[in-house]
Write a protein that binds this ligand. Structure first.
Ligand code: ZN
Length: 339
């Protein structure tokens, strides 16, 4: 009951990459960089275990960014000539690579870190991949000229890697689709279909994470423009409830999401965000347990997981550790309260 896990990314140590930023530069190269990535992965597995989390992740220590880390392994992408593009309906500008030909995987994308993490923890291991729609929204298209066609092409590549990750011993494969919350109609029309194609044939647990973004200024400002009730989930949850995806990770604490929208996810495991990644204040276990209590009105006990609202990549490292501890302590308190 109330198993704990993270949405995905965790802060990179200062000796691995720049800190407090979303697209950090690496601090080493070649074999030294590969070693530093492994060291950081090990560090976060230990921190998550010590905090008491039930389902751990590699913290995305081996990728610069959750989308670009995958794109680097894709043929048909020009990484040399990045262009500035408005992403998430122009919420912010990013330097993105360009699609210039048919998409194909050059080989395995995340074999090293998945196998390394698997070898160093006995806990359940979650591995995150970007979702097809979010990938389409984080790259400049000079080839397909059709978002759906390109999303389905990405879905096939994601599926290829996801099947390999499952064979590596990963227990949960989660696709991150923050774009679902921006293009709600498209998400319901074809985003969920592309997502199911990415997850086709998987027998491990499958999940999708949909949030209101990292705690960076552009997102915080955007959230302020969304009014008192954030009803984006209302438009996409029915399609997800009918999908083959088993778990949905959503934002809850300190958000303006009406919690009753969780009833639209009947039959799914719900990973409720009980840790705010956009605030430097560490939640108390009571606050975490209270948030679980609110979600319990709409989600059955055995389907409720406690999670972070989003990834923690740009957060201060010490702060992130404290928040992981609060997450585990709060879930423990909730178990004794609501058992
Ligand atoms: Zn997120």
């Amino acid at each position: 009951m109330f198993d704990t896990t993270v949405a995905g990314s965790l802060p990179k140590p200062g000796w691995l990459a720049e800190t407090h930023t979303l697209w950090p530069q690496w601090k080493a190269q070649g074999e030294a960089l590969a070693q530093a990535k492994r060291d950081a992965t090990l560090l976060w597995l230990k921190e998550q275990e010590d905090a008491g989390l039930d389902i751990v992740s590699d913290g995305e220590q081996s990728r610069q960014h959750f989308v670009h880390g995958f794109l680097e392994a894709v043929e048909g992408i020009d990484f040399e000539h990045k262009v500035e593009m408005g992403i998430r309906a122009d919420r912010y500008k990013a330097m993105v690579p360009q699609v210039i030909g048919p998409l194909k995987l050059k080989g395995r994308v995340h074999a090293m870190e998945a196998r390394f993490a698997r070898a160093h923890t006995n806990r359940k291991l979650k591995f995150t991949l970007p979702g097809p729609m979010t990938m389409v929204d984080t790259v400049a298209d000079r080839y397909y000229n059709d978002r759906v066609k390109m999303a389905l092409a990405f879905a096939d590549l994601l599926n290829q890697e996801a099947r390999a990750l499952q064979a590596d011993g990963v227990d949960v494969i989660q696709f991150d689709e923050p774009a679902f919350n921006v293009y709600m109609k498209d998400a319901a029309d074809w985003g969920v279909k592309a997502l199911e194609r990415a997850a086709a044939g998987l027998t491990c647990t499958t999940a999708v994470h949909i949030c209101y973004g990292y705690g960076i200024k552009a997102n915080v400002d955007w959230k302020k423009s969304l009014g008192d009730e954030w009803r984006q989930y209302e438009q996409i949850f029915p399609a997800l409830a009918h999908s083959s995806i088993k778990q949905v990770s959503l934002e809850c604490i300190h958000s303006h999401v009406p919690p009753q929208l969780m009833t639209l996810l009947e039959g799914k495991d719900v990973l409720v965000g009980v840790i705010d990644v956009a605030s430097d204040v560490v939640e108390t276990p009571e606050e975490v347990a209270d948030t679980i209590g609110v979600a319990l009105r709409y989600v059955p006990k055995n389907r409720l997981f406690a999670c972070t609202n989003c990834g923690m990549a740009p957060m201060d490292r010490e702060l992130a550790v404290k928040k992981l501890q609060a997450l585990a302590q709060g879930a423990r308190l909730a178990r004794s309260r609501y058992a």
